[in-house]
Design a protein around this ligand. Structure first.
Ligand code: ZN
Length: 151
């Protein structure tokens, strides 16, 4: 195909999108669950992983967004005494947490080592760096920690 057939010769390049390396959808990974007494179970986990650049972008974007909205409330009578400093403060706290989120976990599947139930654990959650994600067998409530590959 001829890529140079731009209609009307318009020099605009705005329609050119570059695919980013940030994953937008969950991928299924072979993972492991560990019980408190140290048994390991094979599991399949839906995850989205955030690299350093993505975490800085997400955390920074949160701080920026809250700060921008906070500054806009300066013109609103009444709330202008509170929100212009409160919103950036909330954004800082939230952004600091979001910036530490290394992965999000969707559905986790595996076989319970205690009751042998086929587990489909629908817990979806953000997992921060150095934070453990504990899941429970839906049948017998055995707690298991999802093993993460930390880069
Ligand atoms: Zn069980």
């Amino acid at each position: 195909m001829n890529e140079h057939s731009v209609p009307q010769g318009n020099a605009s390049l705005s329609s050119r999108h570059v695919a980013s390396g940030i994953p937008r959808h969950m991928t299924v990974e072979a993972s492991q669950l560990r019980t408190r007494d140290g048994r390991f179970v094979e599991a399949q986990a839906e995850v989205v992983r955030y690299g350093t650049a993505a975490r800085i972008l997400r955390g920074g974007g949160t701080v920026f967004g809250f700060t921008a909205v906070g500054l806009m409330t300066i013109v609103v009578p009444g709330v202008h005494l509170v929100l212009p400093w409160l919103l950036p403060l909330i954004g800082l706290g939230l952004g600091a947490y979001i910036g530490r989120v290394t992965m999000k976990v969707g559905e986790v599947r595996g076989t319970c080592p205690d009751c042998a139930a086929e587990m489909v654990i629908g817990k979806s959650g953000a997992v921060a760096r150095d934070e453990a994600l504990w899941l429970r067998c839906p049948a017998c409530t055995l707690p298991m920690e999802l093993m993460k590959d930390r880069p």
